[in-house]
Design a protein around this ligand. Sequence first.
Ligand SMILES: *Cc1c(COP(=O)(O)O)cnc(C)c1O
Length: 391
Amino acid sequence: MTDKKIATQLVHTDYLAPPNFGGLNTGIHHASTVTFPSVAALRARDWRREDQYTYGLHGTPTTFTLENRIAEIEGGKHTVLAPSGLAAIMMVNLALLKQGDDLLLPDNVYNPSRDLSDGLLKNCGITTRYYDPMDAAAVAGMIQPNTKLVWIEAPGSVTMEVPDVPAIVAAAKAKGVLTAIDNTWAAGLLFRPFEHGIDIAMHALTKYPSGGSDVLMGSVTTADLALHHRIKLMHGILGLGVGGDDAYLVLRGLATMQLRLRQTERNALAMANWLKARSEIAKVLHPAFYDCPGHAFWKRDFSGACGLFSVVFRADIPQTRIDAMIDSLKLFKIGFSWGGSCSLVMPYQLDGERTARPWTEQGGLIRFYVGLEDESDLIADVEQAFERLST
Ligand SMILES: *Cc1c(COP(=O)(O)O)cnc(C)c1O
């Protein structure tokens, strides 16, 4: 089905329902034990095969269908699911790194990934160094003989800098180092990692693919079979199986994902434009805005934006007023994550967090996820809350 356009791929599946049953949706298979017809079949089982079942942890027709669909939609060949986006990141790191290896992360990386590197990976004897996401040339200079993996995040999901991905990939490839991208902001659609030579695409399916704010899942997609096997092996060793019901919820979300993504893109742009005109705002950090760091790369490499962006307030507005403003929002809820129907907001304190390119903005930063509500209601909600900034 790979000759079809993405909108069609999102709706149609190769899943075969039982004979004579014309249901459109993938069946939900619940299985821990999977039985074998004979001892010979048991001994011949091969965990590498995507069409053989060995144990529930390894996969079921429901999870294999979702894996195949994500691989196809994201332009790769093989996908491994994990119980969260963070578990998917960990699975990649533990599959590809060992004691004595070195890892490069962007300084604006998804923060739990930084905690994983500075904690568990460090304790395993793996070093992590942070690069300035806006300085691709520096990445080339930082690669050492023991550097095994470079992560890319485009854009950083709080501060929104868009890196020059092709330049970072070229620098890594020149030294034979693997590249992995956290492609969550682009929903696996707006940026096409495999067309840029990236080896591994990670996606928090928790966000747009699920779309329901009700399920956690991550995916790791590759185009190379040997690399896929390394990740699948670690998936099995760590026991990172996902349940059939959760896989079904994500499968159910796929068909409407592009539609939801486009609507939230529109709503977010309307909100961001309104914010840009407000005197309380020093900066709108949205990749589609010309003054966002890396805007030219976004324009060159991406086909659109999602509903997630941030703003920096004027430096003279105290954080207590910003907090009071957030508290008086009615439609925007205070919560982590994004990609669902409901608009969300989250304040971030970035001082001291970065090491390669310290955050120098003086004003408070908040991140908006603009959901599927009516855009004029959302703007009215923020407008009434903004009264708290001055009183
Ligand atoms: C949410 C998110 C993750 C982690 O996904 P979970 O399923 O919440 O663990 C990783 N990276 C980015 C950019 C995210 O937004």
